[in-house]
Design a protein around this ligand. Structure first.
Ligand SMILES: NC(=O)c1ccc[n+]([C@@H]2O[C@H](COP(=O)([O-])OP(=O)(O)OC[C@H]3O[C@@H](n4cnc5c(N)ncnc54)[C@H](OP(=O)(O)O)[C@@H]3O)[C@@H](O)[C@H]2O)c1
Length: 399
């Protein structure tokens, strides 16, 4: 029987923002549209609209014309074989061959296409959803799936069983949304960036400093450094005293509020032995403040994960007054994208899940899940820029 045509609301990028995204008015960054979905083909499913959408700094990230091509070039060709087999037992998950077990179903072609979010296209987003209807022999209505390929800001999505993954339960009854954060891009970026870009060592006397320490990536860096690697000292940097308290609760030995007028003195006082690894999520003034705090003679490494302070800077250059420290102290600077370390992802995920299972990772507050309509999605997303999130920011879509 032929199905009646289905329509759905979607948000598309209407105007690239110069500076912070605009939420309303004629220059609004996003515009709502209603589209008619095609009929399901063999191997396709459609989701229940009350799905979970993850939030990334994507728009600016993918708009960064200078950074994205190099990211794509470094993408691991093995991604064409990538799978993230979340169904079945967890032990099967850990013993899969390297090539069959990487980041959530990401394909090389997908990464090649993942440059700027184009005008009149929808914002991309990892999605977890219940299946409403299926034309797939592998996935049935009622299953929970995750998709990083076709996930966009849309109430209904047609997904392919080649690309989305069935989700298995997580240890200790943890919500499946952690697949978008701790056990997804954020946690894996933290783990691989800390070890393989930063050079963090287990049980070492290293001092690790991380910015945006109360966010998805930074909070996992704190927990991995303090509780999995057990380095000597972990110092977070975050935007409020309340967030700093939480960062200390999840394992940091110290956390500094970068908005405090005494931040520079506090940073100096907190790093008397200088810093082995600075995990940089923000760039800008905090990076500038960190340069003189790094260990000398090539013993300090800055792992550059992101530069959120720069994404909405409207083309203004980043001011680094302390840049000369790079050569005088011989600082190692290593930029990375998580895809650079795909071969380490299976072991990383295994260790993260084991640490969650035995209670080393405190995930009680590791995500901020906000209920909202699709129309509210842009405002929820901008909370990444105003710091109104703790851990991973996720929208639970409601009608
Ligand atoms: N290299 C990779 O493969 C990769 C992968 C994922 C993410 N990233 C990058 O990692 C960084 C964190 O991303 P995320 O998704 O985990 O987001 P997030 O940390 O959960 O959220 C962003 C946080 O950044 C802080 N922030 C916002 N504007 C700031 C500013 N001007 N100065 C200082 N801090 C600011 C806010 O916290 P406060 O309250 O502390 O201000 C906010 O909570 C981003 O730069 C992102 O692009 C990189």
């Amino acid at each position: 029987m032929k199905m009646a045509a289905r329509t759905t609301k979607q948000l598309i990028l209407a105007n690239k923002p110069a500076g912070m995204p605009v939420l309303s008015g004629p220059d609004a960054t996003f515009k709502l549209q209603t589209v008619t979905l095609p009929e399901l083909k063999e191997g396709e499913i459609v989701n229940n609209p009350d799905s979970y959408l993850e939030h990334n700094t994507y728009l600016e990230f993918y708009s960064c014309a200078r950074c994205m091509p190099s990211q794509t070039m470094q993408a691991n060709a093995d991604l064409s074989r990538a799978q993230f087999p979340m169904s079945g037992s967890m032990s099967h998950l850990f013993t899969s061959a390297r090539r069959e077990f990487t980041f959530p179903g990401l394909r090389h072609s997908n990464i090649l296409n993942s440059r700027a979010v184009l005008t009149r296209r929808s914002m991309r987003s990892g999605v977890i959803a219940e299946v409403l209807e299926s034309k797939s022999p592998k996935i049935k209505a009622g299953d929970m799936v995750m998709d990083y390929h076709r996930g966009i800001w849309s109430e209904l999505l047609i997904l392919s069983d080649q690309e989305c993954q069935l989700l298995a339960p997580l240890p200790n009854g943890l919500p499946l949304t952690h697949y978008l954060g701790t056990f997804g891009g954020s946690g894996l970026t933290s783990y691989t960036g800390l070890l393989y870009a930063g050079g963090a060592k287990r049980d070492s006397d290293q001092t690790v400093v991380v910015s945006a320490a109360g966010g998805a990536t930074g909070s996992m860096v704190v927990q991995i450094a303090a509780k999995i690697l057990k380095v000597k000292r972990v110092i977070g940097i975050a935007g409020s005293d309340e967030k700093c308290e939480w960062v200390k609760k999840i394992g940091a030995h110290e956390c500094l509020n970068y908005k405090s007028p005494t931040f520079l003195e506090d940073l100096k006082a907190a790093t008397p032995d200088e810093v082995d690894i600075y995990y940089d999520n923000v760039g800008g003034a905090i990076l500038d403040a960190m340069l003189p705090r790094m260990k000398r003679l090539g013993k300090g490494t800055i792992a550059v994960c992101g530069a959120i302070a720069q994404y909405n800077a409207d083309g203004k250059p980043m001011e680094l007054h302390n840049w000369c420290e790079v050569f005088s102290a011989r600082i190692n600077i290593k930029g990375f994208i998580m895809f650079d370390f795909m071969e380490h992802v299976p072991a990383a995920l295994q260790e993260l899940i084991a640490a969650a299972a035995d209670g080393r990772l405190d995930l009680s507050d590791a995500e901020t899940v906000v209920q909202g309509t699709l129309e509210q999605q842009p405002e929820i997303w901008t909370r990444l820029y105003t710091g109104d999130n703790k851990g991973k920011l996720v929208t639970k879509l409601v009608a």
